[in-house]
Write a protein that binds this ligand. Structure first.
Ligand SMILES: Nc1ncnc2c1ncn2[C@@H]1O[C@H](COP(=O)(O)OP(=O)(O)OP(=O)(O)O)[C@@H](O)[C@H]1O
Ligand SMILES: [Mg+2]
Length: 171
């Protein structure tokens, strides 16, 4: 059994690693060069907690900080419509049904305002056992969203969080 001193040391080491991760992530997100940041880790390791702290600490540097959970597997069109609605301050806009056009519309907002978009539970739209990762049937639009946000020129950052299975970590 571990002595209380060695347990304390282990907890201190863990906490200092967390704060180091936090500083690294903060630098990535603050730096306008990084338009996409992924936080990956085993289930329950503290990704959501870390991202909430980051959002809190960085909120003054962004005009919009939007937290969006994919845990109920929303179709990409719903996600895009909700994100656009949040960034456009709930304005009612006629949105195309076309996913590409909606992504383009969102990117215009990401160019006009500095936004921090956080997509939590990203693993929900992926097939759980496939390596390399594949999207659920009908969810390929998320891949296009990630690709276009990463490739387009804008001043915002999309952060996605997903847990990885042990087999993916060590495999
Ligand atoms: N730095 C920390 N110190 C102590 N407890 C923590 C810390 N970070 C997270 N926790 C606790 O660990 C639990 C899991 O955290 P969290 O929900 O952030 O994990 P997660 O990686 O997002 O999990 P999942 O992959 O299931 O979404 C929570 O109860 C949280 O309060
Ligand atoms: Mg989480």
């Amino acid at each position: 059994m571990q002595s209380s001193a060695s347990l304390k040391n282990a907890i201190a080491a863990f906490m200092s690693r967390l704060s180091l991760n936090m500083d690294v992530l903060k630098n990535y997100i603050q730096d306008k060069y990084y338009r996409l940041v992924a936080i990956l880790g085993l289930g329950g390791i503290g990704k959501t907690t870390l991202a909430k702290k980051l959002a809190q600490q960085l909120k003054d540097q962004f005009q919009y900080v939007i937290w969006y959970s994919l845990c109920n597997c929303p179709p990409i069109t719903d996600t895009l419509a909700d994100l656009i609605k949040s960034i456009s301050s709930q304005q009612r806009e006629e949105l195309s049904d076309n996913v590409d056009e909606k992504i383009e519309h969102l990117i215009k907002y990401l160019q006009d305002s500095r936004c921090l978009l956080i997509l939590d539970n990203f693993e929900s739209v992926l097939q759980s056992s496939s390596i390399p990762e594949q999207y659920l049937r009908g969810y390929q639009g998320y891949s296009e969203l990630i690709k276009r946000v990463g490739e387009s020129s804008h001043q915002s950052c999309l952060t996605l969080k997903k847990h990885i299975a042990l087999s993916q970590k060590w495999g």
